[in-house]
Design a protein around this ligand. Sequence first.
Ligand SMILES: NC(=O)c1ccc[n+]([C@@H]2O[C@H](COP(=O)([O-])OP(=O)(O)OC[C@H]3O[C@@H](n4cnc5c(N)ncnc54)[C@H](O)[C@@H]3O)[C@@H](O)[C@H]2O)c1
Length: 266
Amino acid sequence: MTTPKLVGQTAWISGATKGIGEGAALLFAREGAAVALIGRDENDGSRVLRAIQQTGGRAIFIRCDVTREEEVSASIQQTVDAFGGLQILVNNAGIVDVRMLHDYTVELWDHVMDVNVKSMFLAFKHAFPHLRKNRRSYVVNVGSISSFVGQCGTPVYTASKGAVLQLSRSIALDYARYGIRCNCVCPGITDTPMLRRHLNAMPDPEAHLAGRLNRVPLNEVLTPEVVAKSILYLCCEDSAGITGTSLTVDAGYLAAAEWNCQALVR
Ligand SMILES: NC(=O)c1ccc[n+]([C@@H]2O[C@H](COP(=O)([O-])OP(=O)(O)OC[C@H]3O[C@@H](n4cnc5c(N)ncnc54)[C@H](O)[C@@H]3O)[C@@H](O)[C@H]2O)c1
């Protein structure tokens, strides 16, 4: 049996009640971390909490809107009060909004940017006094393949995910002296409620998905568990020496300048 990787660590994970965040919460708890499940939905929060507790893991659910500074600050204090410290911050919560840029209002623009980017500033700001107390602490911000490339019909999401990558690099630079490593995990097409909502905004969701998968070399939709493994990697000493970088988990999507390649190997 392998040694669990996160024994003695406490992790604050936003958007931990669904999708990739839920996958990370379950994996981190299995690896021995005490996990603060940060989210807005009590029912989903209780479900993930029960799943962790039933397998002997430690967790608490904290209701928190990550765009609200007082709630973020309180959630971090509650985490530290419950578990005695904080070593790992996973800024995963995010939203996607499908519409053309000229159809945006200022309020909608602000909302997407607040959930996807401002939340990361708020969480880091309030976690820092605790993270700096450790010999080593870890921050993972969840970006996207759209941290690197444009995607149709999601201009503000794409802008926000570009900002997530740059913010991650800045945190890595400025806080390395405090023993904090910060990296960005950039998923491709992952089977979560967000993906389903995004697809359902299209006239033919399944055809749209098939079209997108057509240009993915591994031709597969990722699972939250697969993405969670990369988040875990960057939150422990398996990734010692790595900071200020991004890890794309995209089944090859960004590698492809061409697709439908004719096989040359026979
Ligand atoms: N699913 C994909 O294909 C995909 C691809 C690339 C990047 N991502 C990124 O991965 C991250 C997780 O996405 P997912 O697919 O699991 O999404 P999801 O919608 O399935 O889950 C997101 C979680 O964030 C929470 N959340 C949203 N707004 C919040 C707020 N204001 N306060 C607190 N919690 C809030 C939701 O309640 C939910 O629990 C996001 O940052 C997303 O942009 C997803």
